[in-house]
Write a protein that binds this ligand. Structure first.
Ligand code: ADP
Length: 234
């Protein structure tokens, strides 16, 4: 019965998430048809709305497909030797323009020891985890703030920290942020293009990779997510 309830809640959530952008698109198209298309000063506003909401639907569907694939066990891990500096560097590069727009600095802090520079893992899954965490740190961090990705050896694991000096997450919300569609501030997440699925994708991927993910956050000071992965496949 619990599983049935969860499934029901999930379908209700997905329907709601799909309905909202569709309603905006529908209204914008109707307004354009009703004459706004001939009014250059208004036309662009409605076209912009349609473009934004289409992006939102697209991101949502990509995240849903990703989650469905991971949860069904269909995600096959292709384990190989991965050089962390390369994966982190590429991830930061993908986010550079987003961070620049918010005047944030992106920093990568490798460990001094040679033994923690690489690990055996699925590179694509690791990149997806980092993209979600770095994307969130930029999105929810302060304008002009920093995002730092640091890694270090932790016994037979390698731990990767993604830290920001943003507003932090209230302690009451912390235990729930890995749930599907859970957001601290719904309106803000949607406005910033969030789907509410990023952290549950991270949690599921980390589980398949036999690792752990933890979060430490202090209100007003910042948030650090720590992903620990085995150095070699278990
Ligand atoms: P979303 O698509 O809304 O970002 P996530 O699952 O990635 O969904 O994150 C869930 C919620 O956790 C976010 O809506 C946000 O409220 C909070 N959150 C995630 N990362 C951070 C962060 N670095 N700083 C502050 N809040 C965060």
């Amino acid at each position: 019965r619990r599983l049935e309830r969860l499934r029901h809640e999930f379908v209700a959530n997905v329907s709601h998430e799909l309905k909202t952008p569709l309603a905006v698109i529908k209204a914008a198209v109707e307004t354009l048809r009703d004459g706004a298309i001939d009014d250059p000063s208004h036309r662009d506003i409605f076209l912009e709305q349609i473009a934004d909401q289409t992006d939102r639907l697209n991101n949502l569907i990509l995240d849903l497909l990703s989650l469905a694939r991971i949860e069904s066990g269909g995600e096959t891990m292709e384990v190989k030797r991965v050089v962390l500096a390369d994966v982190v560097h590429e991830c930061l590069d993908r986010h550079r323009s987003q961070a620049d727009a918010r005047h944030q600095t992106l920093e990568m802090i490798p460990p001094p020891e040679k033994s923690s520079q690489e690990l055996w893992t699925d590179e694509e899954a690791l990149a997806q985890i980092l993209d979600n965490l770095v994307g969130n740190a930029i999105r929810y961090g302060h304008e002009g703030g920093f995002v730092k990705v640091r890694w270090y050896g932790l016994g037979d694991q390698i731990a990767i920290d993604v830290a920001d000096n943003g507003p932090g997450i209230p302690p009451d919300d912390l235990p729930r942020i890995f749930e599907r569609f859970y957001r601290v501030d719904k309106a803000r997440s949607r406005e910033l293009g969030g789907t509410g699925l990023g952290l549950s994708i991270v949690k599921n991927l980390v589980q398949i990779m036999k690792g752990t993910v933890k979060v430490h956050s202090v209100l007003g000071q910042g948030t650090t997510f720590t992903v620990a992965l085995p150095r070699t496949p278990i």
